[in-house]
Structures are given as structure tokens and as C-alpha cells.
Design a protein around this ligand. Structure first.
Ligand code: NAP
Length: 286
């Protein structure tokens, strides 16, 4: 990126301070690299410090600096304590709530497991809320800041095989719209981003049609531009987002026909398999 994020005021002579959750792989890593520039200070958050550390080294090689924090975003108290401490040391300009997980129907198109439903809600929605509430008081008091929420096209129109995932992403969109109305008078902007299919470990487990899939680097470039412009809402790729907007104008039963083309099996996430959570599993595939 050339130049700092447009429209973001400096907190110090050092430059922007960016909190990024889900920074240990996929879109998070690509975003960190896209936003890295001399003067930027990153707080890179995910559960697995071993995967965060090399990404911190990569952003430092581009002239940025920062720290890693191995925190599960479901652990609200721990996350808030950390963000409070971070903000006292490095007043935060931008928070990007990117961490998320996926899951779909059970074998032979049986219902989602109870554990998956809970996990998706706790991470994809409550985890986003925990991230925002850990920093929003400080931003509101300072009268500046940018909150970026990573939702999904599945939040604009639910995918037939991913009920809870789609619902959590729709909740993130609704949360973001509400935040924007509340926070605008306080100088804090909110950008909701809805990616389509992006090549990452998450999408590798999505076994089905993935039209207009793009690599994480290109996705990160588009997301960075939307952030710079402080867009209220950014959905991409354009053609797929347009198709979803148009089908949302149809009666739901006709929309269901359109969405039938997106049938998929979602492979289990090895980092959250069968009751035992281990963020190190399968981690080296990023
Ligand atoms: N890839 C796509 O096609 C696509 C499309 C639309 C939207 N999205 C959204 O984009 C975001 C990033 O997706 P991705 O494809 O990059 O996924 P990914 O490759 O699976 O990466 C997910 C990231 O979230 C972190 N994470 C998972 N559970 C966490 C927890 N409880 N606490 C803290 N961090 C946690 C993971 O690190 P640890 O496991 O180490 O914690 C990892 O860094 C997600 O919100 C996803 O829903 C992705």
C-alpha cells in the first residue's frame, strides 16, 4: 500500500495502530501483509501464537511493527483486558473483526450438530461483539476510529447448506449497520465487508461450486480500498454480489432456486474437531 489509510488520523508520529483478529492465516494474513507499511503497529490476534509469530515477522519485514496475542475471541474478559492494555500503550485506530469459523450440515444432509451451532454463534457473532466492545469505548471517547466487520455474501443471502454460518454472518451485518448509526456522530466509522469465495483453508473445506473464487491477496487489496474509502458496506466480487442483490428482490421461493446452485458439503474443521479444540491442527496449510 502506498501512503497511510486515507482519512485515518494518526494517533502519534508512529502511524496507524491496527487490531486484526483471525490474523494467523487466510484472509487475516493477507490483510496484514496488504496493510503493512512503515509506521503501522499491528496487534495480531488468533488462538495459535506459533502461527501468528511468522506473520508478525512478515509484516515487520515490510517496515511495520507490532505484537501477537494468543486469545480466543470467545474469552471476553481476557480479550477486553488485553485490548484495554494495548490501547493504553498504542491508541487503536482500526479494529478489524475478521476471525471466523465455518460448518455446514451433518453427514447425508442431516442437521447441523449442536456443538457446531453453538461454536459458530459464539465465534462468528459473539466473538465479533466481544472484539468491538473491547475497543469501542476508547474510540468513542477519542472521537475517532474505524471498525471493520468481516461478514460474508452468505450473510446477504443464506446458503442452503450452511444455516448457522449464514445466520451468524447476517447478524454481523445487522450489528454493523446499527453500530454505524450510533457511532457516526462520535467520529467512529464502521465498514461492513462481505467477501465471496476466497482461497483460504476455510474455503478449501467448502466442497461445492465456488463461482468467482479469488486469491486472498486480491481479496485483501479490494478490502483495503474499501477501508480507505470508509465504505459503509462493501460486497465482492461485484458480479456475485449483484446477483445476490437482484435475487433478494425475487419472492423467496424463486430465490431458493438460484441458491440451489450453491449446494456444498462443508468438511469438518480439524482445529475444532469432535469436541477437542486444537488450533495447531492443520495449521501449516495456510
Ligand atoms: N474464505 C472465504 O471464502 C470467506 C468468504 C466469506 C467470508 N469469509 C470470512 O472471512 C473471515 C476469515 O476467513 P478465512 O477464510 O481467512 O478463514 P481461515 O483461513 O479458517 O482463518 C480463520 C482465522 O480465524 C482464527 N480463529 C478461529 N477461531 C478463533 C477464535 N475462537 N478466536 C480467535 N481467532 C480464531 C483462526 O486462527 P486460530 O485457529 O489459530 O484461532 C484464523 O486465523 C471469516 O470471518 C470468514 O467467515 C471467508
Amino acid at each position: 500500500m502506498t501512503g497511510r489509510l486515507k482519512g485515518l488520523r494518526m494517533t502519534s508520529e508512529k502511524g496507524n495502530v491496527i487490531v486484526l483478529t483471525g490474523a494467523s492465516g487466510g484472509i487475516g494474513r493477507a490483510l496484514a501483509l496488504e496493510l503493512a507499511q512503515p509506521g503501522t503497529y499491528f496487534a495480531l490476534i488468533a488462538r495459535d501464537a506459533d502461527r501468528l509469530q511468522p506473520i508478525l515477522q512478515e509484516v515487520c519485514a515490510k517496515g511495520a511493527s507490532g505484537e501477537v496475542a494468543a486469545i480466543d475471541i470467545r474469552e471476553r474478559a481476557q480479550l477486553h483486558d488485553y485490548l484495554l492494555d494495548l490501547d493504553a500503550r498504542h491508541p487503536v485506530d482500526v479494529v478489524i473483526a475478521n476471525a471466523g469459523v465455518t460448518a455446514g450440515l451433518g453427514p447425508d444432509r442431516t442437521r447441523e450438530s449442536d456443538a457446531d451451532c453453538e461454536r459458530l454463534t459464539e465465534i462468528n457473532y459473539q466473538g465479533v461483539v466481544n472484539t468491538v466492545t473491547g475497543i469501542v469505548d476508547a474510540m468513542q471517547k477519542r472521537g475517532r476510529g474505524q471498525i471493520v466487520l468481516i461478514s460474508s455474501l452468505a450473510g446477504m443471502r443464506a446458503l442452503p447448506d450452511m444455516p448457522s454460518y449464514s445466520a451468524t454472518k447476517a447478524a454481523v451485518i445487522a450489528y454493523g449497520h446499527s453500530l454505524r448509526g450510533w457511532l457516526k456522530p462520535f467520529g467512529v466509522s464502521v465498514t461492513i465487508i462481505c467477501p465471496g469465495f476466497v482461497t483460504t483453508p476455510m474455503s478449501a473445506r467448502h466442497k461445492g461450486s465456488k463461482p468467482f473464487e479469488m486469491n486472498a491477496e486480491k481479496a485483501a487489496r479490494l478490502m483495503r480500498r474499501a477501508m480507505e474509502r470508509r465504505k459503509a458496506f462493501f460486497a465482492f466480487p461485484f458480479v456475485l454480489a449483484l446477483g445476490i442483490r437482484l435475487q433478494n428482490l425475487l419472492p423467496p421461493v424463486l430465490g431458493d432456486l438460484f441458491m440451489g446452485g450453491f449446494a456444498a458439503d462443508i468438511e469438518a474443521d480439524p482445529r475444532y474437531s469432535a469436541g477437542s479444540e486444537n488450533p495447531s491442527n492443520d495449521s501449516k496449510s495456510d
